[in-house]
Structure formats: C-alpha cells, structure tokens
Ligand binder design. Structure first.
Ligand code: KIV
Length: 295
C-alpha cells in the first residue's frame, strides 16, 4: 500500500461538511439549487465521491451490471447489496446514503418490503432506501415511511421491469403514458416519498412533473428541468465498457487507463524493469556476510 502523502491543496474538498439529510433535499429544492447524486459500490469510490462534495450516494442495483457483470439488474440479492452498502458507508461520512432495494425484496408483500428496507439502515449503514414503481408500490412506500425510513421513488425507465418494458427504453413518450407518469409521481409524493428518480423520460415532461410536485426529482436522461441529477459512476468514469447510454457524459476513460497500466506492468515484468531498486528491500552487507558465513 502506498504511503505517499496526498498533495491536493483544494481546501474546499477537505473542509468537514454537514451531513446531508432529507431536510437538505427539501431546502435545496426550495432554493432552486441542483441536487447531486452518484452511485458507489465500494469504499475507495465512496470516499472520493464524498470528498468531492456530492449530496447523495446511491448504492444502486446497477451494481449487478457494472460491477458483477450480469446482463441486467434482476439477479442481485439483498445480501450482495448489503455487502456493498457497508463498504460505501465506511467510506462516505457526509453524503446522504441511499440503498437501492433489489428485485423481489419489496414486491412480494408490504411486510417484506418494510423488513428489507430496515435492513439497509440496520445492517447496511444507509440513511434511506430507493425502490422502483408508482401506484403499485404506494402501500409499500407508505409502510416503509411509517417505519421511519426515508424513501426515494423511481419512475420512467425502471430497470427491474426490463422484461415488461420490452428493453431499456425511454418512457412517457406519448400523452397517456405521460399522464400516468405524472399521476404516479403525485401518488409517490402523497405516500410520503422524500424524492424521486426520473429515468429516461422526455425533458419537458420531467420538468413539468418537477414543478407539479413539492419533493425533489433527480433526473437521469431526463433533462435539465429536474431538481437534481444522477449518473452511474462507472459510466461517468468510462469504467463500464459494454455500452454507454445516450444520456451519459463521460468525464474520464478509466477502462482505457486501466488497460494501459496493466499492459505496462506486464511489460515491466517481462523486460525486468520491475521491481527496480526503489521497490526492493535490502539488508546490510554485514548481516548478509554473517548469514553466508555458516552456509
Ligand atoms: O441502480 C442505479 O444505479 C439506479 C440509478 C440509475 C438511478 O437506479
């Protein structure tokens, strides 16, 4: 492990931040200040995102695809989500931490939904949970909120319904679908959700919904009119190479950077440039001579 002292001089990144809460979410919407959210699934990434000053970190079930290599989000389990949630909670101190309820952890019964939501706070170190769906989840949202657990909704492209939606497709593109989406947003607000994600919906619809409801909307592929934005960190960093959704802005190409570093490492070993003297442990000549003397 490196013992190099960090040289960053950006003081604002290191000043202790106040913990972000549901109250912060509400106040930022009232003040018209954009909310920021990213996903994380491990300790070092959570640390870096938290230090950068993000409002909230989502331990998303996108974990299934971008970390575990599954085709979609359906296979990931509560145990896997909790394992990664704990790592994120150890790394992030100020951001609001949101655990994403995996497929089948909240659909079977309201009781199971409350129990599994509780596990994210009790065993995963999360501050809130997110779940997908509108009117069909209203009872679960109400019960989870009733147990004192903040709930973030998720409407539009809900990846856990990928088979029902016929693929990862934009939603709310015709008038009746748009009307249903607005109603769902209002139902989630009424059920007590503190915020909701709008994924892959037309920008003008997302803006309309954001103005109609009092809770903050967090957009992903939903335009500038939302109250905040979220991206999957592995997309933003260019770490997930399989495909890149249209709405992603890549801020780095870490897949390429990693590839290059690994290839250089292999080359260094094969050409005996690594390990160099500075990577090598030495002993004094006296100790060496003594060691050799009885050989
Ligand atoms: O799982 C996830 O990363 C998400 C975001 C795309 C909002 O649900």
């Amino acid at each position: 492990m490196s013992t190099v002292t960090p040289v960053s001089t950006n003081m604002s990144q290191h000043a202790a931040r106040k913990k972000v809460t549901t109250l912060t979410f509400r106040q930022k919407k009232e003040r018209g200040e954009p909310l920021t959210m990213l996903t994380a699934y491990d300790y070092p990434t959570a640390m870096a995102i938290d230090k950068a000053g993000i409002d909230s970190i989502l331990v998303g079930d996108s974990l299934a695809m971008v970390v575990l290599g599954y085709e979609n989000t359906l296979p990931v389990t509560m145990e896997e989500m909790l394992h990664h949630a704990r790592a994120v909670a150890r790394g992030a101190k100020s951001s609001m931490l949101i655990g994403d309820m995996p497929f089948m952890s909240y659909q079977v019964s309201v009781e199971e939904a409350v129990r599994n939501a509780g596990r994210f706070l009790q065993q995963g170190g999360m501050d809130a949970i997110k779940l997908e769906g509108g009117r069909e989840r209203a009872d679960a949202v109400r019960a989870i909120v009733g147990a004192g657990i903040p709930v973030m909704g998720h409407l539009g492209l809900t990846p856990q319904s990928v088979h029902q939606l016929g693929g990862f497709r934009a939603q709310g593109k015709n008038a009746s679908a748009a009307k249903r989406l607005l109603e769902d947003a209002q139902i989630l607000e009424e059920a007590g959700a503190f915020s909701l994600v709008l994924e892959s919906v037309p920008a003008r619809l997302a803006e309309f919904i954001s103005k109609k409801i009092s809770i903050p909307t967090i957009g992903i592929g939903a335009g500038l009119g939302c109250d905040g934005q979220v991206l999957v960190t592995h997309d933003l960093l260019g770490l997930f190479d399989r495909f890149t959704p249209k709405f992603v802005k890549k801020y780095a190409n870490l897949h390429e950077t990693m590839n290059k570093a690994f290839a250089e490492y292999i080359d260094d070993i094969e050409t005996k440039r690594f390990p160099a003297p500075e990577h090598t442990v030495e002993m004094t000549d006296d100790e060496w001579d003594e060691f050799l003397s009885d050989k």
